[in-house]
Design a protein. Structure first.
Length: 541
């Protein structure tokens, strides 16, 4: 990476000098361009690739000096630029050039800014080289001497060090940041933090703070939206893909990139826009954008201040995102209640409780036949439709799916001190599941889909079991075994729902007794019941 391209990939946002610039020992973030006094030669190996009496040196806060040459003084430049473009919020759009040396070509070995932002106007049209291209520069002794960068300090830094950690989630952090920027003299009207997530349905979340309302709007982005023109033509995609930050004045109709969002922000009174990468420690790039409504837009000094603090801001978002991701993953793979228990610290083997609960086990009917008859994608579509139907009805009745077992589903309805309510909720869920599954019509299947359900009630252990380093949070106990056996028995006897007497005690006669049955690995016989509509089932399925 060239010194200037480090700025491309790290460049970001800010606003007006005010008290903030004065708090930085009169050395705010800055760009400074000076002519080099003397002849400068750039060498790549034994090749002179540039030689000039009119070279420039740019000093940018906390970056090594960069030497720029007039195009006419470059000896190895390709006649036309390459297709690559990136954007620096401090300097403008970077155009890339191939270098043609003896016997080889260095792709995108140099860059230029063909139309710069105001503060970088002196280097417009000049060429800079990547450090791995230039082995040495010959020129004045002080050619690459660094300037005094000063240090970052002030109210924003103090707040990040002392108070930002109090923010409990990304919504609170975004609102606090917006307020902090305004208090520190930054004329920001809109702040957006777009954070990618680990979620089965959501690709990410955008937290959008508005100064006018002092509120944060949360926008959840589903995966399908990533294939739309709205995302493809957005600064978020541009920055996420590592093409640098984005800086665009909203006061002109001349735009470097035709991002539709710019017109919307301009209509709302925006004057300047910046999008900056928020890199996480795993290398993933998230995005923060800022819109100004000041007549002159953002200044480099405050833009640079936010740039200087961006890695710290990024870490706060990363910590909060990691917690949100942990909650989402635990809820996805373990269930909402179970996930909360694990996140709350029940992570050791044996952690858990003995609870009274209704246990429901639901199985897809004729799954072996479907597996044999259907191609893999169609069969998986059938399973997913079945699982979704079961999960929906369990959740609607305040139950929790604990796990998928092959083509079966294990669910728990904790009593919480009201045993009859738990029994009733399990029965309602069973009825809803059966009706729901019968309406499924997965692609490629023209037959009715069916299922069987077994339900029991009793005391179970709800907690961690397994090896020392591989645990499962589930329910263990006789009711779980009985519920699964009843689901199997329903297939054999041609029923749909089978329940025990411990469930039937809450029924008003709609459950019909079927007598005693022996179940595999259960010592005593079990009295079983089925809904009246299922009592005259036509036989073995």
């Amino acid at each position: 990476m060239g010194t200037d391209v480090v700025a491309l990939d790290r460049s970001f946002a800010g606003d007006h000098l005010g008290a903030m610039a004065q708090s930085m020992d009169d050395l705010p973030y800055r760009l400074m361009v000076k002519p080099v006094e003397g002849h400068v030669v750039a060498w790549s190996g034994n090749n002179v690739i540039a030689a000039s009496d009119h070279a420039l040196v740019m000093h940018e806060t906390r970056l090594p000096p960069t030497i720029y040459f007039p195009k006419d003084d470059i000896r190895v430049l390709a006649p036309e630029p390459s297709a690559r473009r990136t954007f620096c919020p401090f300097k403008g759009t970077a155009t890339y050039w191939d270098l043609r040396l003896k016997g080889r070509t260095i792709a995108d070995g140099a860059w230029s800014y063909e139309r710069t932002l105001e503060e970088a106007r002196d280097i417009e049209g000049y060429i800079g080289f990547f450090p791995d291209v230039v082995d040495r520069y010959d020129g004045p002794d002080d050619l690459l001497e660094r300037t005094d960068d000063g240090h970052v300090s002030g109210a924003l830094v103090d707040w990040l060090m002392r108070e930002a950690w109090h923010c409990s989630d990304a919504t609170a952090l975004t609102r606090a940041l917006g307020r902090r920027f305004v208090e520190d003299g930054i004329a920001i009207s809109r702040l957006n933090a777009s954070i990618w997530s680990l979620h089965p349905q959501e690709a990410g979340v955008s937290y959008i703070w508005s100064r006018s309302t002092d509120t944060v709007e949360t926008m959840h982005v589903v995966y399908d939206e990533l294939a739309t023109d709205a995302y493809r033509d957005s600064p978020i995609r541009h920055v996420t893909e590592g093409l640098g930050g984005v800086r665009q004045s909203l006061l002109t109709d001349e735009a470097e990139f035709p991002f539709p969002i710019m017109a919307d922000l301009k209509a709302e009174g925006g004057t300047d826009y910046v999008a900056m990468p928020l890199p996480f420690s795993n290398g993933q790039i998230h995005v923060m954008t800022m819109t100004s409504d000041h007549p002159e837009g953002f200044t480099t000094a405050n833009l640079g201040l936010v740039f200087e603090c961006s890695n710290v801001i990024s870490r706060f978002y990363e910590v909060l995102a990691q917690r949100a991701n942990a909650v989402a993953l635990l809820e996805t793979y373990l269930g909402e209640g179970t996930g909360a228990r694990v996140l709350g610290g029940e992570i050791r083997r044996g952690d858990g409780d003995d609870i009274d609960a209704a246990i429901l086990f639901c199985d897809l009917r004729e799954s072996t036949k479907w597996d044999a008859r259907l191609d893999r994608d169609t069969y998986l579509a059938l399973l997913n439709a079945f699982f979704e139907a079961v999960v929906d009805d369990v959740k609607q009745n305040q139950g929790e799916v604990l796990k998928f077992v092959g083509d079966g589903v294990l669910a728990v309805f904790p009593s919480g001190g009201d045993d009859d309510a738990a029994r009733a909720r399990a029965l309602r869920a069973a009825s809803g599941i059966v009706q729901h599954v019968e309406t499924l019509a997965p692609p490629g299947i023209d037959e009715t889909i069916g299922c069987t359900v077994g339900i029991d009630f009793g005391r179970v252990t709800y907690g961690n079991v397994g090896s020392k380093d591989r645990l499962d949070f589930t329910v263990i106990g006789r009711p779980a075994i009985v519920a699964a056996r009843l689901s199997d028995l329903a297939k054999v006897e041609g029923h749909v729902i089978l329940a025990t007497a411990d469930i039937a005690v809450v029924d008003d006669g709609r459950l019909i007794p079927l007598g005693e049955r022996s179940l595999h690995n259960i010592a005593e016989t079990i009295g079983i019941f089925t809904p009246e509509s299922d009592a005259q089932a036509p036989g073995v399925s």
